[in-house]
Design a binder for this molecule. Sequence first.
Ligand code: TXA
Ligand code: MG
Length: 329
Amino acid sequence: MKHLIATSDTILQAAKALQAGSLVAFPTETVYGLGADATNSEAVAKIFETKGRPHFNPLIIHTAHLDQAQALAQFNSTALFLAQQFWPGPLTLVLPKQPKCPVSELATAGLETIALRIPRHPVAFDMLTKAGCPIAAPSANLSGHVSPTLAAHVIEDFADKDIIVLDDGATTYGLESTIISCLEEAPVLLRPGSLSQEDIAQALGQEIIGNGNTESAEEENNASPNAPGQLKSHYAPKATLRLNAVSIHPNEGLIAFGPHRLLPNAAEFNLSKSADVREAAANLFQGLRYLDSLDVKHIAVMPVPDIGLGRAINDRLMRAAADKDTPKP
Ligand code: TXA
Ligand code: MG
């Protein structure tokens, strides 16, 4: 952990560290975020590992400018209106991803949608501008702890971790951003937050649907977020999954883990040839998508050790497998 008081020089240092794939905790007007280059899957995997976040919950992607955000997601007229009214600020918009969105699949948990925010905090803005890349950032706390509103909170949680902490004192709001989904005509509240529902409704001239209790915006700190509906918010492959496979059946594709020889006739994706769970986590959604694109109907998955990020990988794999076991009504 490297504790830096935010100045023009240290912000530049942090931006360079982000470009090199390191993690930087930085202030926003809501809470401190733990940031990584959103286009770098391994850097994003480090976020989950460092937080000990048990599930690959999708992350909010931060940019400095609207045109940068528009390169990542499609804005309907309501979304554009909300962005122009409230950005920069404590509002996150969930939008359809652009077809060529360069953000890592791990950061969006393999979804077709993406959560975007332009923060108002001058340190965040300067850092985002200097880094130039979109930054994925959940709140900078260990999973299960409350969100940090001071650099000291971040330091408490991550004292032994390899991160930079940019310190600019207390955050203004101390509460996470409000999350609004703009996937349909009518905007839907997914998480209440620092921007009040009334302010949004007043600007729009209409009430907002939703009470913020949707599964997709489930608080990450909830220890048992395994309501059946939670699957909806994560990528489930079209193929069935057979987990902990030690052999492969005819017609099965293979999700491999660790060093092994390529099977001559199987559609195969290796999560990590060197058996590195961080690399595997970074590749998971991409691997499932790849086998789906080959139209594989059944996938055998080699065992992934249930340690560190391996737990999150196994959690996702089990959800994806269970989803297929249960006939849909
Ligand atoms: O104020 C904030 O929003 C802070 C600062 C750092 O920006 N960030 C934050 O991130 O609170 P986090 O990871 O603690 O919460 C992100 C929430 C999660 O509940 C996640 O499920 C939801 O955003 N989310 C992300 N992408 C989503 C998507 N595509 N659809 C629905 N929900 C999404
Ligand atoms: Mg959080």
